[in-house]
Design a protein around this ligand. Sequence first.
Ligand code: HDE
Length: 724
Amino acid sequence: MRDLLFCLYPLALALSALADCPYRAATSELSRRELPGDDGFLDQFVVDDTNAFTTTDFGTPVDDTHSLKAGDRGPTLLEDFVFRTKITRFDHERIPERAVHARGAAAHGYFESYGDWSNITAARFLSQAGKQTPIFLRFSTVAGSRGSADTVRDVHGFALRFFTEEGNYDIVGNNIPVFFIQDAIQFPDLIHSVKPRADNEIPQAGTAHDSAYDFFSQNPSSLHTLFWALSGHGIPRSFRHVDGFGVHTFRFVNAQGQSKLIKYHFKSKQGRASLIWAEAQVLSGQNADFHRLDLFNSIAAGQFPEWEVSVQIVDEEDVLKFGIDLLDPTKILPVELVPLTPIGKIVLNRNVRNYFAETEQSMFSPGHVVRGIDFSDDPLLQGRLFSYVDTQLNRNMGSPNFEQIPINRPRNVVHNNNRDGAGQQFIYSNLAPYTFNSLNNGSPRPANQTQGNGFFTAPARTIVNAHYVREVSPTFLDFWSQPRLFYNSILPAEQQMVVNALRFEVSHVTSMDVRRNFVAQLNRVDNDLAKRVAESVGVDAPEPDTQFYHNNVTADVSTFNNTLQSVAGLNVGILSTTNSSSSLSQAGSIAQTLASKGVNAMIVAETLAQGVNTTYISSDAVLFDGIIVTDGTDSLFDPTSSSTSPFFPPQRPLSIVRDAYFYGKPVASVGEPSAFSNAIGIPADTLSQQAGVFMANATDDEFMSSFEAGLKHFRFLDRFPMDK
Ligand code: HDE
């Protein structure tokens, strides 16, 4: 023991020397610019520690780097309030993570209205063309815990808050337009089935296990959402490349009280883009923060992601007209039946300054509504109106004052008779905190449709004379036609991805009965699909059940059948070597051209020599949206001993090229292509005929512009094997 102490002694000396090390000024990235739609509201809460001395929480300047001890080798004293308060604060740093949607990232921005929509809604943020309203948008996965990886397969949250002048309005949506269940009372059951097993807490952030597929097969309302999640929508390339949906039907109500049913759509102006499952799995390990980083870096680089906000508008009396009950959240309203009306756009232009204070403490609720908006009777929505407030009470340690946290505060002043609670931030001066009063001139006064610009319930909302029931509506009972509509509407290669996803997921189910039950459900969607899955999971192929089948299709549900609007924010690996100065200079000029388009061009070489951005040891095909191999790098791709190097794991450059190709990415080579084609394992003359493969002797304009077009195409699906 004594020996050990002596060993540690030099370390202790070194540490105490560190404490005396000269202060080096670090450049701060926190200085902020004025941006459109930014009301600067949060600035008043920002603490700037520059040139400040440390204080306790109660303001006393102190030294909190050494505890108070009886002698320099003696015990720490209970008296030491500096030590006790610092450690106590640390012990209490965490609040409960969200029960679902725990993992996420958010950013600030603004909404801009395309017009004056007061004919259909009294909402002020929609009252004028060009009107800007600050927003906060949080993206998330659902099942994983806060420390899980970004690229797991999951539905993604799209929780949007408008800080309007008449209060906060939240649309707490997802990137998939439908949900698994039709009644909120089933939500705990759904989540218990998809969350990890109770005994060993496995698997983390994934549905590939018995209980999830037991739930899906016993509750076929879940099939439609499951199909979307098992396609590219479950593994997006980035948050910037997802669409958002309000999912439920809501109402717009104008000042006169006339209402319409509406469904929200948020279309990514970047375009939709998805990962391939194999790379999503690798990415979880290579960079568990892939999506968070992409969003943060894009905004920091001034590449502000945008979404067009649209609504489908339906007359009140048409709630059942389309053969779809608009109160059923497991159904889409196909755009062929009711087209989208664009009403505005949202732009994200500012990162959070403190993840905990802003993103973690943001508490959204579908019940945060403003005048001009109203709910529908969708039973899922109705239940959510209870759950979110309840969950915030839990996350805020029981205190109802979570709405007073800066990120949750509305921009207008709050006036009501709610009082006290832990952590109350306001000093209410009204000595008559009740309504109706005479001692405070009757204030605060109730606001409604005609006075105080108040919220009001759409007068057209009626309730039919009915019995109390615990039953599902007969109009909710078709569970199979829309999963089929989705499956019919995606590309054959995407159908293959859904088949493969199901093969992966169901092969993790150990119960034969669950596998059989699930295949029986698939057979109600599509017999060919059911057979393809059955074959790979040891279940007998079912006979067609033709009563369920149809050939309808709908537009715009695929994630691969669209071209990206821009290459900004995409990552390209330019493979080079420190052994060749001409390769490095070629890489430099390619990087410059790509950077002028907003691409993150990363020159990869053995070491971080001058001009190199990253090393082979830190690189992998999954980290790039496309790769370019520069001239003079042949020796790196020789699978024999000459390619080994202490600077990277065996064959890393080769595997980057090969994997990028097999993930369907644009791949390019400059100069003699034999090493490049050997790395992929396909002869150069065959490769050169393929879409998304670019080979040239020089990096001329044509080469660069065809590579850019390849990036916009994003994935070349013909590289993936099909069942038939
Ligand atoms: Fe949520 N959901 N949810 N949900 N949800 C939560 O609230 C719940 C549902 C969604 O970024 C929780 O603050 C019930 C549909 C998002 O902070 C919780 C039901 C949709 C987020 C909750 C649903 C969503 C949540 C957990 C069935 C898409 C993250 C933490 C009726 C339209 C918001 C929290 C953020 C979060 C309950 C179904 C989206 C437990 C009971 C449908 C994007 O209250």
